[in-house]
Design a protein around this ligand. Structure first.
Ligand SMILES: *[C@@H]1O[C@H](CO)[C@@H](O)[C@H](O)[C@H]1NC(C)=O
Ligand SMILES: *[C@@H]1O[C@H](CO)[C@@H](O)[C@H](O)[C@H]1NC(C)=O
Ligand SMILES: *[C@@H]1O[C@H](CO)[C@@H](O)[C@H](O)[C@H]1NC(C)=O
Ligand SMILES: *[C@@H]1O[C@H](CO)[C@@H](O)[C@H](O)[C@H]1NC(C)=O
Ligand SMILES: *[C@@H]1O[C@H](CO)[C@@H](O)[C@H](O)[C@H]1NC(C)=O
Ligand SMILES: [Zn+2]
Length: 504
């Protein structure tokens, strides 16, 4: 209908041009403009009305983007580990750092603080022991006395004593850093395929776990994470957290409720000290390597925790490599418990973080929606599932797009080809996040915003796109309607200030 109408209009236009003596097959330029405008208005932020000051800043950003595209190296087309120094010099990146970005909705508990802080601060604390595994990795533990040995690891050595024997600790510290992050100067050689990069990725968490689960470090780490995001102009976080067992120097151990309460206390303290920050909520996660009967128990515990800690707990998710773990459908018995019992346990499923079409993993997208997920983590495969895509749009289920993560974990090499580029061009509900910034050598949200704005968005994305992405992060958060209003008002004040400072 629409198309044939356009065709008739085009024919009439050609007839008129012929009648006027300028007969040619060139399509009507006014019609062309109108179609291009219609298309542009569909993209994320395409319908956003911009003030004059915003339009000035938008024009400036587009000019900077043209310069970046004309340069000899285009950062979004390169591996992030190589692109990082170029991005750091980009004037677009500095603007994005200063821009209030709203909320970071897809983050993991063990990777929100730069790994150098773990080495330079945490491993220098007293009572820190290290052992060396047969696979060239390390494990740590804090203990008041010599800890009992770990299987497959050398005897524990006190780091302080080890360092005291060395003339220079630089090499040791650098090797510890390499154990705690994926960042490296030659990623293609270090990580020839997805299996290698995932194996190293999971190993970095095993290495960090003994440091991060020590009670004083656990609280400092989270506080420091909030500081890093606050410094990057992020106003609120939702953290997927394993709620691991936290220990004290004498070996005493805490339960999950203690850990959740620690998150709540630290977040409250941070908000008291930074009234222009809105805090954090936790999505309890479990590794998808467990079996279906274990998941039933975990879901039961999640329901108890949700009831006991409604302020800090946002819901539940499963983590770990989707391609090698069990699909959501395998866990259907446990995942349907809350609905059966009439208990509220919002889900925030990772789904479709895969290149493999038509596999069980690929089925997670539709299953996540059938289980009433509140958002979709990654949704990398969503563009291949028209029905799931429609449902996600109709249900207002936003996709959490993490461009750098998807590139480092080798789902896509050139970020101009990221599937979310097409979701952005049709205004699909989405937010930008950074997943595990410390593992990828990034921090906060600005690097991922850069990749989304310059790489995924290309010349189409403008200031309206950025504005809608920031507003989306609040709109699709787990906050109550009242807190969303408060968050939007706080964000708007910061946004107005940002515009007035950067639009001359
Ligand atoms: C580590 O950081 C904390 C603040 O989080 C500080 O109080 C402490 O002195 C630092 N320790 C070392 C060894 O740098
Ligand atoms: C450490 O320094 C001392 C004195 O400068 C030197 O004799 C020794 O060989 C050095 N050891 C190493 C491992 O470099
Ligand atoms: C981890 O640290 C150990 C001990 O310093 C070192 O031998 C090993 O090469 C490091 N592993 C990586 C992947 O850098
Ligand atoms: C699940 O794992 C637990 C603990 O490892 C085990 O006892 C149980 O038999 C397993 N159940 C199934 C159905 O595999
Ligand atoms: C999902 O939501 C629908 C509509 O509210 C409800 O009928 C259904 O039981 C829910 N399913 C699950 C698994 O929560
Ligand atoms: Zn994730």
């Amino acid at each position: 209908m629409e198309v044939s109408f356009l065709r008739v209009r085009a024919q009439i236009a050609v007839l008129l041009l012929c009648w006027a003596g300028i007969c040619s097959g060139i399509p009507d330029p006014r019609q062309r403009d109108s179609l291009m405008q219609q298309e542009a208005s569909r993209q994320t932020g395409g319908a956003m009305l911009l003030t004059e000051a915003e339009q000035r800043l938008s024009a400036r950003l587009l000019k900077l983007k043209q310069q970046e595209m004309a340069g000899p190296q285009f950062p979004p087309s390169m591996h992030f580990f190589r692109a990082r120094p170029l991005i750091q010099r980009s004037p677009i990146f500095s603007l994005l750092q200063g821009m209030p970005k709203g909320a970071a909705l897809h983050l993991h508990d063990l990777s929100i603080v730069g790994a150098d802080w773990l080495v330079k601060n945490v491993t220098y604390r007293p009572h820190c022991y290290i052992c060396f595994t047969a696979t060239q990795s390390v494990r740590f533990v804090f203990s008041a006395r010599q800890p009992s040995p770990l299987p497959q690891c050398s005897p524990w050595k006190l780091l302080e004593a080890l360092r005291a024997q060395m003339n220079s600790t630089a090499d040791l510290d650098n090797s510890l850093l390499q154990n705690l992050t994926l960042f490296t100067s030659d990623p293609e050689v270090a990580y020839p395929n997805q299996d290698v990069v995932w194996s190293k990725f999971e190993n970095t968490f095993l290495a960090a776990l003994g440091l991060l689960t020590y009670a004083p470090v656990f609280k400092d780490y989270f506080y420091r994470g909030l500081q890093e995001f606050y410094a990057d102009n992020v106003q609120y976080l939702e953290l997927r957290a394993l709620l691991p067992e936290i220990y004290e120097l004498d070996g005493a151990k805490h339960d999950r409720a203690w850990t959740l309460k620690a998150y709540q206390d630290v977040a409250r303290q941070f908000v008291n000290e930074h009234p222009d920050f809105l805090g954090a909520r936790v999505i309890y996660t479990v590794h998808r390597g467990i079996n279906s009967s274990e998941l039933i128990d975990v879901v039961k515990e999640a329901m108890r925790l949700q009831k006991e800690f409604p302020e800090v707990m946002a819901g539940f998710d499963l983590v770990g490599r989707e391609d090698s773990g069990k699909p959501l459908w395998y866990f259907r018995e446990g995942l349907s418990l809350p609905a059966e019992l009439g208990v509220t346990l919002p889900y925030f499923f990772h789904a479709g973080e895969t290149d493999w079409e038509g596999t069980d993993t690929d089925g997670n997208l539709l299953d996540a929606l059938l289980f009433n997920t509140s958002r979709i983590g990654h949704g990398f495969a969503l563009t291949r599932h028209p029905l799931a895509k429609d449902l996600s749009r109709k249900m207002g289920v936003a996709v959490e797009v993490c461009p750098i993560s998807n590139q480092v974990m080798q789902l896509v090499a050139d970020l101009r080809n990221h599937p979310a580029a097409s979701l952005m061009s049709e205004g699909h509900p989405l937010v930008i996040s950074s997943d595990d910034p410390a593992s990828f050598g990034s921090s906060g949200l600005s690097y991922d915003f850069y990749e989304a704005f310059v790489g995924l968005g290309g010349m189409s994305a403008h200031l309206g796109t950025l504005k809608e992405l920031a507003i989306n992060s609040i709109r699709y958060s787990s906050l109550s309607p009242q807190l969303k209003d408060k968050a939007l008002a706080l964000w708007q004040r910061k946004w107005d200030k940002f515009i007035s400072e950067n639009s001359q």
